[in-house]
Design a protein around this ligand. Structure first.
Ligand code: FAD
Length: 314
């Protein structure tokens, strides 16, 4: 039975999560389709095809709030095609649509999935309590399984035939009129935090005045800068920097945590990084429990020394 992937679009491109979900979808079914809200350009549709989408249903709601119409359109398509699973990402429109669709078709949504299997019934694993407990839940009864997946739970890898058929779906009339009046894209410099190979993250221990050390170290490494919530709450950096349960989930090759204690709500957003390096003056700091390399020391001494050493090499 088919597995479908939901995606919103941004400037013609699908979400990064859609490519991750498609990779998982391919392992669950030989029949994979995408439901895309908005307009995909050639490169965007091509990326979906390269990651295994055989069919793309595309619905452009224009300036309308997309989720009500997307849920109604999906209900009609699900009744017609009977897919086994629809996967959603963590983006706002994904979650909004999943909830509305669940109410429409009376099927539950399992959220925050980190693993999915369908050898028998559809089984979803998710993590709770900041990732210290795993919960395995099985869908019961007839009908589609609606699953919201955790970002970075699956790694996007190209595969599949690379060709796809796009069907345009007319935006259905829902009677719910809400218009998106403005979209704001936060300006940022350097690599994208969620896609960067190296992340330099600062916590309260770095201090507001010295937080620019994070930028300097990141510049030397070609890294993105992240932060703990304590730093964001203090207003030192914008929310878009926040890593953790209520921020971004990152999975870089190298994560350098500077002056971060390692609270579970932070760790859940970075624990799957390839190599974790922690710099903290408290040798009992919980971050050392998950670090591959720990430096017990003052960030104000260690980080400038690192920057100097890197500058000397370049
Ligand atoms: C519902 C909920 C959601 C949350 N979501 C998130 C989230 O998404 N992301 C997140 O990060 N947090 C989140 N938190 C907050 C989390 O619990 C912690 O409070 C936060 O992560 C602490 O940030 P911190 O490690 O920077 O600060 P602190 O806990 O204050 O730790 C600072 C660390 O710096 C070290 N230090 C101090 N000075 C130096 C120095 N000169 N050199 C070296 N080390 C030094 C200290 O030893 C300490 O370990 C959430 C909390 C709740 C309740």
């Amino acid at each position: 039975m088919a597995v479908w992937v939901f995606t919103d679009t941004h400037d013609g491109a699908p979400s990064a999560g859609a490519l991750e979900m498609l990779t998982k979808a391919r392992s669950l079914s030989a029949s994979v389709a995408v439901f895309a809200v908005g307009t995909l350009d050639e490169a965007g549709a091509g990326a979906l095809a390269e990651h295994g989408a055989q069919t793309i249903f595309q619905m452009d709601a224009g300036d309308q709030l997309a989720a009500p119409a997307a849920a109604l359109a999906l209900e009609t398509l699900i009744n017609e095609h009977q897919p086994e699973i629809v996967l959603f990402g963590m983006e706002t429109t994904d979650r909004d649509t999943a909830g509305r669709l669940s109410a429409r078709i009376d099927r539950p949504v399992l959220a925050n999935a980190t693993e999915i299997s369908n050898d028998g019934p559809v089984v979803v694993t998710n993590e709770i309590l900041g990732g210290i407990k795993r919960v395995v839940t099985s869908f019961e009864g007839e009908g589609v399984a609606l699953i919201v997946t955790r970002s970075k739970a699956f790694t996007a890898e190209p595969g599949g035939s690379g060709s796809t058929v796009t069907t345009t779906i007319e935006t259905p009339e829902t009677g719910i009129v809400a218009t998106v009046t403005e979209r704001h894209v936060e300006e940022s410099e350097g690599p994208d935090l969620e896609a960067a190979a190296i992340v330099v993250a600062g916590g309260r221990g770095v201090g507001e005045e010295k937080f620019s050390l994070m930028d300097e170290l990141a510049e030397q490494l070609g890294a993105a800068v992240g932060a703990s919530r304590a730093v964001v709450d203090a207003g030192w950096v914008p929310y878009s920097y926040q890593v953790g349960q209520t921020g971004k989930t990152v999975k870089p090759d190298v994560y350098i945590a500077c002056g971060i204690s390692g609270a579970m709500q932070h760790v859940v957003g970075m624990k799957d990084s390839g190599t974790i390096i922690a710099i903290n003056k408290d040798e009992e700091a919980p971050i050392f429990g998950i670090a591959d390399l720990g430096i017990v020391g003052d960030v104000h001494t260690v980080v400038p020394a690192l920057i100097e050493a890197l500058q000397a090499r370049s």
